[in-house]
Write a protein that binds this ligand. Structure first.
Ligand code: NAI
Ligand code: MG
Length: 354
């Protein structure tokens, strides 16, 4: 009898989310089948189609439904005719906040054969881990728009930085660095943002004293963005606030080949709640429905999920399948200069696993 390792809620969402998520599930299923195990999937049709019918992105008890699962696998949400703040604040952000998924882990790697946007010396690899604070910072609902529609209209958007919030994300970053190259770069802007960012710097520096083996550097976000393009290979772990981490991870993904290669894990490290795994990219309406989306970010997110669930060995096999598939020009999608379809990439991954 097959041993079920976990019950996972799967929300393909919108656009290419509905193409790359089934692709990831196929690769996960096959990987686990070869290990004599399986995941029990609970498919949920939430997202913008659901919104258009029901006026909300998920049912009112949606978060309670998700709470009963070991993990959540998400595609992407967003449709051009639904305002983005409805789709993100109606599903993605409530999940991250309710389940206290305060770590957003975004690994970035260069792959053999894939053209990078940055000039990286031959034989040198990019291998960094962006650790984005995921529950506070610049993404809060505090504020508002006032005197709407008049000349006097104005908007206030508050950012929230708490000692607990900064301390726990910094601590996670330092611990992650000890399993890697012992380097943490903290993204800051304490020259221009005079309250929250100096506070961020202070709390990160205090956390550093608890991890004496790790070398901490702080870099202003603008200079850091430039350095990332010039010398991405020098970075190991980058810890950043919600907004800075969001922007840096798209930039870093573009450096190694694009958003089709960028996975993420929204983690509740204490495991009091389910964690959520999703590609960094969105629903890509410009290419949706054509079967050409790169499924690598989604498949890799699935591997991060297996790792989190305590199954490192099959996760490593999935990563080998991804690297082997990317190494061959015939099995690269159009975003990487190839002509392969989503399903060609899946077929290649499955063949490598066998
Ligand atoms: P996007 O990530 O969907 O697309 C940006 C560009 O990258 C597009 O040209 C797209 O074709 C390309 N791209 C992205 N993923 C790709 C893949 N797997 N293979 C090949 N090419 C890929 O970002 P955009 O266009 O800013 O947003 C589209 C929608 O997605 C919006 O509604 C936005 O709010 C939403 N979004 C949702 C996210 C989520 O659910 N986590 C994250 C980011 C955006
Ligand atoms: Mg983003």
């Amino acid at each position: 009898m097959t041993d079920t390792i976990a019950t996972v809620a799967v929300i393909p969402g919108d656009g290419i989310g509905t193409e790359v998520t089934p692709a990831a599930v196929r690769v996960l299923d096959e990987t686990l089948r070869l290990h004599g195990t399986a995941i029990q999937w609970n498919w949920l049709d939430w997202g913008c189609d659901y919104f258009v019918t029901h006026g909300r992105m998920m049912p009112s008890d949606g978060l309670d439904v998700l709470a009963d699962h070991d993990a959540i696998l998400l595609g992407a949400v967003g449709r051009p005719d639904v305002p983005d703040h409805e789709s993100l604040w109606g599903l993605l952000i409530p999940i991250r906040q309710r389940f206290d998924q305060y770590v957003n882990l975004r690994p970035i790697k260069s792959f053999h054969g894939v053209q990078t946007a940055a000039r990286i010396p031959a034989g040198v690899d990019v291998d960094m881990l962006i650790i984005r604070e995921n529950t506070e910072g610049e993404y809060t609902q505090l504020g508002g728009r006032f005197a709407t529609g008049t000349q006097r209209e104005f908007a206030i958007q508050e950012a929230i930085f708490t000692r607990t919030g900064i301390d726990r994300i910094a601590d996670y970053a330092f611990r992650a660095a000890t399993t890697r190259r012992n380097k943490v770069t903290s993204a800051t802007k304490s020259n221009g943002i005079i309250h929250t960012m100096p506070f961020w710097d202070d709390v990160v520096a205090a956390a550093a004293t608890r991890h004496p083996d790790v070398h901490l550097t702080k870099e202003l976000i603008d200079a850091l963005a430039a350095h990332l393009v010039q010398k991405p290979q020098e970075y190991d772990v980058i810890v950043a606030s919600n907004l800075f981490g969001d922007i840096l991870s798209d930039l870093a993904a573009a450096i190694v080949g694009g958003l089709g290669l960028a996975p993420s894990a929204n983690l509740n490290p204490e495991r009091a709640h389910p964690s959520m795994f999703e590609p960094v990219h969105g629903s890509a309406p410009d290419i949706a429905g054509r079967g050409v989306a790169n499924p690598v970010a989604a498949v890799w997110s699935g591997a991060l999920m297996l790792e989190h669930l305590g199954h490192a060995e099959p996760a490593t096999k999935m990563m080998t399948a991804i690297a082997t598939t990317l190494a061959s020009p015939a099995t690269r999608t159009q975003d990487l200069g190839g002509t392969a379809t989503t399903s060609d990439v899946v077929t290649a991954c499955l063949a490598t696993l066998a």
